[in-house]
Design a protein around this ligand. Structure first.
Ligand code: HEC
Ligand code: HEC
Length: 455
């Protein structure tokens, strides 16, 4: 049981200057003063923890006046203060007996955990080909309690240095668990070097590797990278573990998931991976179409499907199967020459690997704009126009995007041009939109579980 933190901050506010006096018993807690847009002030506690805070003010004589009580179980506490009027002193104190940090107090979780372990999947997502794409290791099968813990960690801002950023900041459910910004903003305002990746059906990838350049061998390895990345979340795994360990409610969640309250890096990695792997889309218009021969498709969507699969577009050669992922291959799709970001080539240093990037699943692709590893295309229309007329003759350009091979001894053929009509381009986009599945991006079991209101 944690002792209440007697954090105490007095803010002296005058028109000309603002002074902050802080008495800090806990090293991690800090208080800052800033200016807000309207000329008022903002009192910020970077690490409010799972405590209840009382804002008080004083005019210099008489008693302190109590204002609102704030409870923020997740992330920074930011309170706008109006310095006008006779009030000259503000104080933020943790309320004498903060409620114990319990699952019920901090989180909105169902009594019976959501079903993550055994979702009902349609027949076309249980074929040998699809099952072969599953990248779950033998020692980390999804359990309902494990994925629930992963869900809480995924949304917890304690995972970043100043508690401003969680995984969900850059992997937003409504954007297919991706980021609508071309590059994502990390905890300290820095930008990531690549576009965030959508996570829908990330569980299905034959080669098992993660990141645009496939540098993480497994998802279990991958999920620990952003925590330590100096731009994204910026803390050591030791600090992460001690923060999580210090938060009472996690004890219950770890016990449910792993049998004891002990927090370890491996358990965090496994829980986060279980949650990510549970994000499965199986109810898009496309999925509804499979068992009925796509009779639910419009004429345009059906033509688009043929272009995608067939000769005119040939997209399915690299975006294949009902998960729209490649087989055992990584590709260069001729975005530029030379590549600024060399993708796999950055990892291996080999020029033969320049411009090879992982092809993530196209499920929910209409939600995850902008597109490609550097987010260069804002819309699907731009992506289709690129494949239609803009593929660049890079020496490593994958053969699927080249003209037919000439007789042996000749130089490799240049990039192919699709010469699609405007209608065909629109058809292809219409087809890609049938892969949208809002039932996964709005399902409570994948959304933020924290309570934010004051009690
Ligand atoms: C500041 C933004 C940011 C944060 C925070 C962040 N990510 Fe990411 N994520 C990215 C970017 C950008 C990439 C692509 C990076 C690359 O390929 O080099 C990525 C890639 C991934 C991938 C790879 C997907 C694939 O198909 O290969 C996974 C999985 C992932 N992130 C999960 C997480 C988890 C779990 C967390 C929290 C522990 C997290 N991310 C935190 C921005 C972020
Ligand atoms: C040679 C294999 C190949 C073929 C054929 C191909 N693609 Fe791609 N596609 C890729 C690669 C590789 C990437 C990622 C490239 C990058 O980010 O640098 C990609 C990325 C994409 C993306 C963006 C994914 C994201 O999450 O940002 C879309 C959309 C897409 N392709 C659609 C298509 C369509 C439509 C076609 C057919 C006209 C097609 N692709 C044909 C290899 C291919």
């Amino acid at each position: 049981m944690k002792k209440p933190i007697p954090l105490f901050a007095v803010i002296l506010s005058t028109a000309a200057s603002a002074q902050v006096e802080v008495f800090l018993p806990a090293q991690e807690v800090s208080t800052r003063m800033g200016r807000s847009v309207g000329g008022g002030m903002t009192l910020e506690v970077e690490n409010p923890g799972n405590h209840t805070w009382q804002l008080r003010s004083w005019t210099g004589t008489g008693e302190w006046t109590n204002h609102s009580v704030y409870k923020v179980p997740n992330g920074r506490l930011s309170i706008p203060i109006d310095p006008v009027g006779p009030t000259r002193f503000y104080q933020l104190v943790s309320v004498d007996s903060p409620p114990a940090s319990t699952v019920a107090g901090a989180l909105e979780l169902p009594v019976t955990p959501f079903n993550y372990a055994n979702p009902t999947l349609p027949a076309h997502l249980t074929t040998p080909q699809i099952l072969g794409q599953i990248n779950t290791p033998g020692n980390n099968a999804i359990t309902n309690a494990g994925a629930t813990l992963g869900r809480v960690l995924f949304y917890d801002k304690r995972m970043s240095a100043n508690q401003t950023v969680s995984c969900s900041s850059c992997h937003q459910a409504e954007h297919g668990f991706s980021d609508p910004a071309r590059f994502s903003t990390g905890f300290d305002g820095g930008l990531t070097g690549r576009n965030s990746m959508g996570l829908t059906n990330a569980r299905y990838y034959l080669r098992q590797n993660f990141f645009w350049d496939e540098r993480a061998a497994t998802l279990e390895d991958q999920v620990l990278e952003p925590i330590q990345n100096h731009i994204e979340m910026g803390i050591t795994l030791d600090v992460m573990v001690s923060r999580i360990q210090a938060e009472g409610f996690y004890g219950q969640l770890f016990t449910a998931a792993f049998g004891s309250p002990q927090v370890t890096t491996t358990r965090v990695s496994r829980a986060l991976s279980q949650f990510v792997r549970s994000i499965i889309s199986s109810n898009s218009k496309y999925d509804q179409g499979v068992p009925v021969g796509f009779s639910n498709f419009t004429a345009s969507e059906s033509r688009g499907r043929n272009i995608f699969n067939g000769g005119a577009g040939g997209c399915a050669q690299c975006h294949g199967s009902d998960n729209f992922v490649p087989g055992n291959a990584i590709f260069n799709n001729g975005l530029e020459n030379p590549y600024t970001d060399k993708g796999l080539g950055e990892v291996t240093g080999a020029s033969a690997d320049e411009g090879f990037f992982k092809v993530p699943s196209l499920r929910n692709i209409a939600l995850t704009a902008p597109y490609m590893h550097d987010g260069r295309f804002a819309t699907l229309e731009q992506v289709v126009e690129f494949y239609n007329s803009g593929v660049v003759a890079h020496p490593n350009l994958s053969p699927q995007l080249r003209l037919p091979p000439p007789p042996p001894g000749n130089p490799p053929p240049g990039p192919r041009r699709l010469n699609l009509t405007n209608q065909q381009k629109a058809d292809l986009v219409a087809f890609l939109r049938t892969l949208t599945d809002l039932s996964v991006t709005t399902d409570e079991k994948f959304l933020d579980p924290f309570r934010y209101e004051a009690p």
